[in-house]
Design a binder for this molecule. Sequence first.
Ligand code: 1BN
Ligand code: ZN
Length: 334
Amino acid sequence: MLNGVRLTLEFATTISLAVFLTVPLGCHAQSSKIAADHEVTSSAAKAGQFDAARAYDHVKALVALGPHPSGSEAIKKAQEYIERELKSFGLQLSLDSFNGETPRGSVPMKNIIAELPGEKRDIVLITGHYDTKLQAGFLGANDGGSSTAAVLETARVLSKTKPEYTLWFVLFDGEEAVVDWSAMDGKDNTYGSRHLAAKLKGDGTLNRVRALVLFDMIGDKDLDIKREGESTPWLVDTIWKTAHELGYQKYFLNGEQYISDDHLPFRDAGIPVVDLIDFNYGPGHSYWHTNLDSLDKVSGESIKVVGDAVLGALPEIFKYLSNHSAKAAKPSSQ
Ligand code: 1BN
Ligand code: ZN
């Protein structure tokens, strides 16, 4: 069903990445032969594509670990997997470990951050959560798995480039509630993103953060994403425009929804944010936070649709940021 648009999309994504993201010199051998040049170009183009099969394999690997809520033994395996993958792309990791103070006591948590240096020091965050909801038998193929897969595959594709802005690929821990989303005065959720936003504010790095893209629940075989109303309009518009140009209007709908999620701590700190979330999962949303959120409900092609839209929109996002300097209240970092 999603295959019909793939060729057009691959072409469009390759072109836009080629124009706006500089592949570092020395990556590809020079050749005087046109045929050899063509071969080099097409293999580079392939390497520059978001790969649906790789995304699906990430979800499969995470699901195979079993339920991995914050603080569990299984989440340590998920962390090892994510860290190994990000390192294999040649990215520099930093680990933001902390204790989440939950209704069930103190829980060790860890945000995983991989940096891709850009031409500018200012940072765009590409994010998702990797913890699964604390519930016996809950695998979170879509809710936890798909967001992790999208961040990892986006990181792999972009790691071959030198982007205009520095990119941080961030996997948040502790997105899910330990007891209930509204427990503890509405604070039993988004532990990782709240911790990172506060930490970056405290050490001054938040002044360099110019935008945040959040993937969540984007692996549904029946993909339909509405505009998220807490998100920043120009960022939503930019991604929707790109998605529609890529032929993805069927998946990027024009309706609106309001979702409380990992983007909010950064939005509240004044950062432009967008939450890409398909909050219509299964008949009558019946798979969400149930043990029906399993591998068979997820498609790598759906994850690719959203990954392609973000990759394709990045040049426009960078252009917008270049034309709109950081808020005057924030001291300039450059
Ligand atoms: C998304 C996936 N969310 C949790 N898992 C955020 C959310 C929480 C969305 C409560 C709606 C209600
Ligand atoms: Zn959830």
